[in-house]
Design a protein. Structure first.
Lengths: 171, 171
């Protein structure tokens, strides 16, 4: 069974760490699929796709930020679709070596998808596929089930000091 | 002045987060140089270099792991050279948009390089260059000086449970 990793916490670096792992896998000629929850925006990573064979990145979400306290019906549908897509991927004969569910923890803690379904994904993880789940607010059960959990702790953040978010650094 | 980020702590994801940021910068057509301290081994990231224009990765270290309690004279020289190289980079007219000093915190806490010199690098950080310092054991002064600090907290690690390190996941 593949290894399931969780990157959670309020600090910067969760999605970045997942993308860093993706780069490493791709470097070894392995295949990577990134499923992005709650994201439909052009990001730096997306622009690189054409340079990296074996790399697939699929976004489920609108261009706007999701109101997590009151997600729209469309946002919820997109999140459910993302999870469905991920599940289907794992049943294919040509499965990725690394599957990243970016921001899935956020969708889960906002009640947009079912914890039971995410846990099922971990329980049925095929041999050669490793799974990474990112986003703040990972649930206790998810962390219990995962093999590796890192909490990114926000010790200091420049945007608290009034610095502006910058292309590349933040998105 | 660029932004200085520190990824420290015992958890997994420090180097990965730095590489993820690199990918994002490259996606926006920006330039990235990664200077690796204490590393002379082929890693997944290294193998990708040819696919990514604007990306430079330079290793200073031997193929063997460094004995941090008793680093060899050669190891110390290599670490000093890495820092010297980084400093030189920042004085060039063609400076990278992102400079990553991978594992510099480890070299520093092992006494292989001078804290004063690393702090000087932060103090003299040019406008358009952002800096990322990775590795466990970041010093207090470094964290005070940096704009962004994330501590990767090791909540759960599979290799404690006896699972083997795997290509792509760990190196």
């Amino acid at each position: 069974m593949g290894i399931a990793c969780v990157f959670t916490g309020k600090g910067k670096g969760k999605t970045s760490a997942a993308f860093g792992m993706a780069v490493r896998f791709l470097g070894y000629g392995k295949s990577v699929v990134i499923v992005q929850f709650l994201k439909g925006r052009k990001t730096g990573e997306l622009l690189l796709k054409k340079n990296l064979p074996g790399f697939e990145i699929v976004q489920f979400g609108s261009e706007d930020f999701v109101d997590l306290k009151n997600p729209s019906k469309e946002d919820i549908e997109q999140a459910k679709e993302a999870l469905f897509y991920a599940k289907r991927l794992l049943t294919r004969s040509y499965r990725p070596d690394l599957l990243i569910l970016d921001e899935v923890n956020v969708a889960l803690s906002a009640g947009m998808i079912e914890e039971r379904e995410v846990l099922e994904l971990l329980n049925k993880l095929p041999d050669k596929t490793n799974l990474v789940l990112t986003g703040r607010g990972a649930t206790k059960k998810l962390m219990e089930k995962a093999d590796l959990v890192t909490e990114m702790r926000d010790v200091k953040h420049p945007f608290k000091k009034g610095k502006k978010a910058e292309k590349g650094l933040e998105y």
